[in-house]
Design a protein. Structure first.
Length: 338
């Protein structure tokens, strides 16, 4: 089973997360008609619930949606549609009229001569392959959801180019001062050939985040290298990059972190605030293509953190440090202990 083969993707909050004992498990065929919802009640103030139905994963906490992950039948992309701050403010926008191919939080690059970022004639699609698995758990003040999803990247003619093992880990703590955490783990393999694939991109290809419309104006980008504007963060290398803006009448901050084990670390970031705000963690494929050999794995891990308000550089750096030290063992990225 895919879930048993994949390595744990993060700084795991509890070692017991690696087992199925005490875990509320939900499985649904993607696409499919299976629906399930279970909740575990140990050690948290609010119940976490998860459903998988028709290629859509919904995770709620205390009856409020925290995460939506969407895998439409036939593509064109599998992506995070909704991601909320601890106070319940969603920061993602899906398929806006100006760029209908922007889907919340998404990962896409070019493969050989095929564009997987854009949509339409000649473009590739990310197709759900088999079962989406969802596990939820609550323990010691943490609400945890884990999504495991196999994906096939197909060209316009339906030929497989890449096989992806995607795993997402959502972590929320009871305390509102701690951010919502989402680890995105992608493992790419060559499919359909024994001679490898060339990955390419434009400056924004990678793990991209389109923000809700309210966050398009008056925001600020800043990064681990001291940048505090688009001019000083765009096309620059950094361990992390953050964007702060107002949404629903109050400030929120979204920070993205590049794991030190990723190839070409630290990431080259794409930032823009006109005419809308966008943030991408990239492999710098616009300037240097990447050749993925048959039989090899491109293993990428990123962390997305969503705060209510504006955290300090020290606080974001602490999260970066925890994430960077993680090796898939029982560690925490949101532990404030020095």
């Amino acid at each position: 089973m895919l879930a048993s083969r994949l390595p744990l993707i993060v700084p795991i909050i509890l070692a017991a997360l690696a087992t199925v004992s005490g875990v509320a498990r939900v499985q649904g065929q993607s696409p499919g008609n299976a629906t399930a919802a279970k909740a575990s009640r140990a050690g948290s103030r609010e119940q976490i619930r998860g459903t998988v139905q028709d290629g859509r994963v919904t995770v709620s906490l205390g009856g409020k949606v925290v995460l939506e992950y969407v895998a439409p039948a036939g593509g064109p992309k599998c992506y995070v549609k909704t991601l909320c701050s601890p106070k319940g403010i969603n920061v993602l926008r899906d398929s806006p009229p100006d760029h209908v191919h922007h889907h919340g939080l998404m990962f896409a690059v070019g493969v050989d001569d095929v564009d997987y970022w854009a949509e339409g004639p000649g473009c590739g699609t990310q197709n759900a392959q088999g079962t989406i698995q969802l596990e939820t758990r609550q323990e010691n003040g943490h609400a945890i959801a884990r999504v495991v999803h196999p994906i096939i990247w197909r060209d316009a003619q339906g030929n497989p180019q890449l096989a992806e093992e995607r795993e997402l880990l959502l972590v929320r703590r009871d305390q509102p001062e701690f951010p919502t955490l989402l680890v995105w783990h992608t493992r790419l393999h060559v499919a359909g050939t024994g001679i490898g694939r060339t990955l390419w991109g434009r400056h924004y290809f990678g793990l991209g985040c389109r923000f809700v419309e309210l966050m398009d104006k008056g925001g600020r980008f800043w990064n681990s290298a001291g940048g505090d504007s688009v001019a000083t963060t765009n096309d620059k290398r950094a361990e992390w990059c953050a964007y702060s803006a107002e949404a629903a009448g109050q400030p929120v901050t979204v920070a993205m972190f590049d794991h030190p084990r990723n190839v070409r670390h630290p990431a080259v970031w794409f930032t823009m605030d006109q005419p809308f705000a966008y943030l991408s963690a990239t492999l710098n494929l616009a300037n240097e293509k990447y050749y993925l050999k048959a039989g090899e794995t491109l293993d990428l891990r990123y962390l997305v953190a969503v705060w209510d308000g504006t955290p300090s550089v020290t606080e974001i750096s602490r999260v970066a440090g925890r994430f960077g030290q993680s090796t898939g063992q029982a560690e925490s990225v949101d532990d404030k202990r020095e």
